[in-house]
Ligand binder design. Structure first.
Ligand code: HMG
Ligand code: MG
Length: 295
């Protein structure tokens, strides 16, 4: 069966903007996040406390959090890779973070400058200290379906990394298809290999046009949290061939057709994508935005 309700975990301000060639002014980022909350989003991943040289697009994380108009009932998690990032986030009063692990050796090196094993030495104190401070922690596993250097990722390898992250005390594990190579049968097999699908979320990039089909497979397998990005912007600067995320509008169109509740206002989402596209200087890659945008 399918769920009656789905939580859309919006990653546009983080995953979307981290890969834009243009550096978006901090006021535009703050307005973007405000518009997303206005469209009904309850969880908006705002930015990353990573090394500013690694991701210059998000080097203004402190300034952005200072400008956020936090709304009651809306969560604004941020990405944190290490203790230095956690210190920065705690100084800004953040109450939810996400750590991001790699399911493959090569991507752990390229994205985190660590090995598959030593990435956990980086995350363990982060998760422990966050929980001590009352901060909720989400975990990502990246390259869950395949990796540009190593090919398809073995299901058992993803489960080992993922169960270890959940074991640290993360409330949720988001399965990342960083380069968008997954297909629905693979999605079903991966989710079924985990002991608790209720703790899983999915994070699809749409490189091969499979994101919606993969999402439907995940919903059928018991997942009720889906990551998506406004207008389908995004990608990972350290993953060759990564393109945009599943577009929030494409997701909402499908869910609405299935009678699944999201609490999101599609017209406002489309208007936000059109507004953002003008600031980024390129049209939204989302098919639903293209179909519904006015003018
Ligand atoms: P490193 O070079 O190994 O860092 O990078 P280090 O621990 O050796 O520290 C070196 C220096 O950096 C030190 O300064 C630290 O203080 C400083 P020094 O003592 O030399 O003056 N430093 C920092 N400064 C500010 N903020 C920090 C920080 N950390 C260290 N947080 C590191 C390791 C993890 C920092 C680096 O590799 C990094 O920042 N990586 C982030 C890459 C990234 O953000 N990628 C995109 C997000 S992942 C993604 O998009 C996938 C996802 O969407 C899911 C999917 O699609 O699958 C989540
Ligand atoms: Mg991503």
């Amino acid at each position: 069966g399918l769920p009656q309700q789905v939580t859309v975990y919006e990653v546009g301000p983080r995953d979307g903007l981290q890969n834009e060639a243009a550096i978006v002014p901090v006021e535009v980022k703050a307005e973007f996040i405000d518009r997303l909350a206005d469209a009904g989003h309850k969880v908006i991943e705002a930015t990353s406390f990573v090394h500013p040289k690694w991701v210059p697009q998000l080097a203004d994380a402190e300034q952005l959090l200072d400008r956020l108009h936090r709304r009651p009932g809306v969560r604004y998690p941020v990405l944190v890779p290490n203790e230095r990032g956690l210190d920065r986030a705690l100084e800004r009063g953040v109450d939810e973070i996400a750590v991001f692990a790699s399911a493959t050796e090569t991507f752990a090196a390229k994205n985190l400058n660590r090995s598959l094993e030593s990435q956990f030495e980086m995350f363990e104190p982060v998760v422990a200290r966050a929980l001590e401070n009352g901060v909720r922690v989400r975990a990502y596993a990246s390259m869950c379906f395949g990796d540009p250097w190593e090919g398809p990722t073995p299901v058992s390898q993803v489960v080992a990394v993922g169960e270890r992250l959940l074991g640290l005390g993360c409330y949720e594990l988001s399965l990342g298809d960083t380069i968008g190579v997954g297909t629905p049968g693979h999605v079903t097999a991966l989710i079924e290999a985990f002991t608790s699908p209720d703790k899983l979320a999915v994070h699809f990039h749409d490189t091969y046009g499979q994101a919606l089909g993969n999402t439907l497979a995940a919903l059928r397998a018991g997942v009720t949290t889906v990551d998506a990005s406004t207008g389908g912007i995004g990608g990972c600067p350290y993953a060759e061939s990564a393109t945009g995320n599943l577009a929030t509008e494409d997701l909402v169109w499908m869910l609405r057709g299935l009678g699944i509740e999201t609490g999101l206002d599609l017209d406002k989402l489309v208007a936000t994508s059109t507004w953002l596209a003008a600031r980024l200087g390129r049209p939204s890659p989302s098919r639903v935005v293209q179909a519904l945008a006015k003018g």
